[in-house]
Design a protein around this ligand. Structure first.
Ligand code: HEM
Length: 222
């Protein structure tokens, strides 16, 4: 499982990625990045309370005077539109999560995350000069499993908020579901940050070519 990098070093990270996983990875990247942008816009530029004055000034320029409450209602309409977009992209993320489970089922055995973890665990019990790297590899792969659990929580609570008026359970637990959804988003930001730093550092040090591997598939890897 230890493969040579572009500069000749060996690393277990230089693995093959099937076309399905690569497409899934980059679609997930785009989807999560878009979700982050909608949250950012809704909580800054489109925040209803902060736009009351803006609506009032714009209307005053046209000779119309409106109360704070009336202006708030207009400002809220734009914020609602952004959350509608957030909800639609969220359905896309739910679909991607489901497809990740399906990909795991149909992937060749050697490319499954479970098989890779098992193979790496086996290597830690045999004499190797690469033990530190293999332990790091195990940590990263287990980190992906935690990420998938996090994604499951975010998707489940997101669907709970989207369908709160359709199911009594979601309606009754609205506050808790919202809190968990909001809290998990911060864990996701943390994961994305660590993940980006990790692959960039790896590409500059022990696993040169790891990032392009997620683009070209690193077919000679295992
Ligand atoms: C929203 C942002 C991102 C998310 C949520 C994300 C998520 C993931 C996940 C879950 C995996 C594991 C896939 C598997 O099951 O095998 C993965 C692998 C990988 N990602 Fe990302 N990714 C993101 C952005 C990026 C970006 C921007 C890059 C490139 C600069 C990148 C490079 C990689 C690489 C090289 C791997 C394979 C690493 C390995 O074999 O351990 N990711 N990513």
């Amino acid at each position: 499982m230890t493969k040579k990098s572009q500069t000749g070093e060996t690393s277990p990270f230089l693995q093959r990625h099937t076309v399905l996983i690569r497409i899934w990875h980059w679609l997930t990247f785009l989807t999560i990045a878009s979700l982050m942008i909608t949250v950012l816009l809704a909580s800054t530029a489109l925040k209803p309370r902060q736009n009351i004055k803006f609506v009032q000034e714009r209307l005053a320029n046209k000779g119309v005077t409106v109360t704070d409450e009336q202006a708030f209602s207009v400002a809220h309409g734009y914020d609602d539109k952004m959350w509608d977009v957030h909800k639609l992209i969220g359905y896309g993320l739910a679909f991607l999560l489901l497809s990740r489970f399906l990909i795991e089922v149909v992937q060749p055995n050697g490319d499954k995350i479970r098989t890779r973890i098992k193979a790496a665990l086996k290597l830690t019990t045999t004499p190797t000069d690469n033990l530190k790297e293999i332990k790091h590899y195990l940590l990263v792969k287990r980190g992906y499993l935690i990420f998938y659990l996090l994604l499951l929580t975010v998707v489940f609570t997101g669907l709970g908020l989207a369908f709160e008026h359709d199911l009594a359970f979601f309606d009754q637990n609205h506050r808790l579901i919202k809190k968990v959804h909001e809290f998990c988003q911060y864990l996701m930001y943390g994961y994305v940050f660590i993940h980006l730093c990790g692959v960039i550092i790896a590409d500059n040090r022990h696993a040169k070519g790891i990032v392009s591997g997620m683009i070209n598939g690193n077919e000679e890897g295992k």
